[in-house]
Write a protein that binds this ligand. Structure first.
Ligand SMILES: *[C@@H]1O[C@H](CO)[C@@H](O)[C@H](O)[C@H]1NC(C)=O
Ligand SMILES: *[C@@H]1O[C@H](CO)[C@@H](O)[C@H](O)[C@H]1NC(C)=O
Ligand SMILES: *[C@@H]1O[C@H](CO)[C@@H](O)[C@H](O)[C@H]1NC(C)=O
Length: 592
């Protein structure tokens, strides 16, 4: 500004240069993915992340449910090009146009001519039809291929004319694709059958880390919920939002597709009077089914909508609820005329899922309030909007906790360890701090700290304690959990002020340190007072977090090696190789 005093200008310049110097040496920070403002699905509503697929000239905006393993699944315009009497339901979330795109410069096709299989798509609800097409294209994390970070040659599977199939045999079109949360490798490498050079496709999580944009090949997610109150999702690569964890975190070897041991399911009243004739009822998982001994292996899959469980388990739960089983859909419809329907779905009661660790040392319970289990079926599944309870008895024999469960669970993984680790915890309800508490996952992180959010407080104002549902009140402006008695706005202001001040001081300190120990790696200790950095939409390279230890890019530790087996039922002859940075590994991944 022309009116500025020369000294101020000078000071600004010095500060800018100083900060720039600091940021250049800055370790990578966790990267936050953007979410669509709308919700999607014929059985939700469900939150989805925003992506743009395609290059600068031919790109499509697609909202995708986050939850896939290895490749990202996108619905192509072929779903709608066949003049189907179903109408074009998937267009709401966006369709991929496979004809307009050609690999820039090379003019070559984006298709990878290797077989793929629907068996590796959503695990909790059958999808039928032709094999999906393996594909690569660029993907930006956001709604602009110009402004948001772009990852090139991303491993995709195109869904063309496939349909969802329910137990009655009826089929319906798809609603939205599914975004990959990563894989225990950086790349998806395909060996061609015809001897042509192998193709390397990128996986977003691995690519962000490999390019030095995140501290590790990892993610942390809470998908939030769209109803009865909108609570936006949270998905970070290389870290997570600590506010999305309420209580201890279960940490297990393997991936979310390898399975967790589900010990039990119970119905519990957590506050107020009970809308049931009990305060808690456990044993619902295995009651009346002698083949379920101890626990049941379940996958967690954000691509699938329901709680896909044995019929005996769903029936055990349903026995306590005013629901009617719909045989064709394999789902339970709420009996909205029953007086206890409203009581239950507005009460402070939950369906609780108990899990144990591999070491059996820790067990956790994830509470899914009945408030979140009053979901809605819409066209084309039913003619008129119909409230339903999401226990599902179809699928292909795999038991799966899908998006209905993920409304209330924090899920994360560190893919880069020798054996990948998966993290599972209770996620809070709608009342949480306005600013994310960004926590980095370091390359060697194999467990996460307990979440400090009070789960009950996070649901305050959302329950009806009377047990007679009559009120069905939702407090329009519930107080945030008051740790320091400050309003969210005041805290945000203080957070920003403190961050800016701390940033300047810290910047100067780092700069001094850097000058002294030039080639050594920067490590910073956690300081909760300055860890609340606002989500300000700035590109990640301009942010830094003080939450965890970092090593600089030059000091990357050796990457973990891990051979994975994909969960498929049929063998197919796709030979997939994983490439780990410079060390090429030629072992074929087993798809059997
Ligand atoms: C994408 O793949 C093509 C060929 O398969 C290659 O020529 C190009 O360099 C790749 N782009 C990036 C950014 O890796
Ligand atoms: C009992 O559980 C097994 C899984 O352990 C399942 O295959 C079977 O269908 C269940 N029985 C009923 C009646 O749901
Ligand atoms: C249950 O869901 C329906 C929509 O399917 C909605 O109209 C109703 O208000 C919900 N009930 C409660 C108590 O939230």
């Amino acid at each position: 500004m022309a009116s500025k005093h020369p000294f101020l200008q000078y000071l600004t310049l010095v500060l800018t240069l100083l900060l720039r110097g600091v940021f250049a040496a800055d370790p990578p920070a966790p990267f936050e993915v953007k979410w669509a403002s709308e919700s999607f699905g014929f059985d939700g509503p469900w939150n989805a992340v925003k992506t743009t697929i395609g290059d600068y000239y031919y790109s499509s905006n697609l909202s995708l449910f986050p939850g896939a393993f290895w490749e990202t699944w996108v619905i192509s315009d072929e779903q709608c090009n066949q003049n189907s009497p179903d109408g074009c339901y998937a267009s709401k979330a966006g369709l991929y146009d496979e004809d307009t795109s050609a690999k820039e410069g090379s003019g070559s096709d984006l298709e990878i001519r290797l077989e793929s299989s629907l068996d590796i798509y959503q695990q909790g609800l059958e999808v039928v039809g032709e094999d999906p097409k393996r594909w690569t294209d660029s993907l930006s994390l956001g709604d602009s291929a110009e402004e948001d970070p772009v990852i090139y040659n991303v491993s995709l599977n195109l869904l063309t004319t496939q349909k969802m199939q329910y137990p009655g045999g009826q089929t319906y079109p798809l609603s939205a694709g599914c975004f990959s949360l990563g894989a225990p490798n950086v790349n998806h490498s395909f060996t061609m059958n015809d001897g042509s050079p192998s193709i390397n496709a990128s996986i977003v999580s691995g690519n962000l880390w490999e390019k030095g944009r995140t501290p590790s090949n990892s993610f942390g997610m809470h998908v939030g919920s769209a109803s009865p109150r909108d609570m936006s999702g949270s998905l970070w690569f290389g870290g997570y939002d600590g506010n999305r964890v309420a209580g201890p975190v279960l940490s297990v070897d393997g991936t979310f597709r390898d399975g967790f041991s589900l010990d039990d399911i119970s119905i519990e009243v957590v506050n107020g009077s009970s809308p049931f004739d009990f305060e808690s009822q456990d044993g619902l998982l295995s009651e009346g089914n002698s083949t379920i001994i101890g626990s049941l292996g379940v996958q967690i899959d954000g691509c699938s909508p329901y709680l896909t469980l044995p019929k005996s388990t769903c029936d055990n739960i349903a026995r306590h609820l005013p629901v009617n089983f719909d045989e064709d859909l394999g789902l339970y419809l709420w009996d909205i005329k029953s007086p206890s329907y409203k009581d239950i779905v507005s009460s402070a009661s939950v369906l609780a899922f108990s899990f144990t660790t591999d070491s059996n040392a820790v067990s956790i319970k994830i509470n899914v309030p009945f408030r979140h289990l009053n979901l809605t079926l819409t066209s084309p599944l039913v003619d008129d909007p119909t409230p339903y309870f999401p226990c599902y008895v179809g699928g292909h024999g795999t038991y799966v906790l899908g998006r209905a469960f993920l409304q209330d669970a924090f899920l994360g993984a560190n893919w880069g360890l020798e054996r990948p680790r998966t993290f599972l915890a209770q996620a809070p309800g709608p009342n949480i701090q306005a600013l994310p508490r960004r926590i980095a996952i370091a390359e060697d992180t194999d467990r996460l700290e307990d979440g400090k959010n009070d789960w009950k407080a996070s649901w305050e104002g959302m329950w009806d304690y009377s047990g007679n549902g009559g009120g069905n009140k939702i407090d329009p402006e519930p107080a945030p959990p008051n740790d320091e008695g400050l309003s969210t706005g005041a805290k945000a202001g203080i957070g920003v002020g403190a961050s800016v001040g701390a940033l300047a001081i810290f910047g100067a300190l780092i700069w001094l340190c850097l000058r002294r120990r030039k080639n050594r790696s920067v490590q910073s200790e956690a300081d909760p007072a300055v860890s609340q950095i606002p989500s300000d939409g700035k590109p990640p390279e301009n942010r830094f977090t003080l939450q965890s230890e970092y090593t600089t890019q030059s000091g990357l530790s050796p990457r973990g090696e891990y051979a994975s087996e994909m969960p498929t039922r049929e063998a197919n002859d796709v030979s997939t190789r994983h490439e780990l940075g410079d060390t090429r590994r030629d072992e074929a991944m087993e798809l059997a």
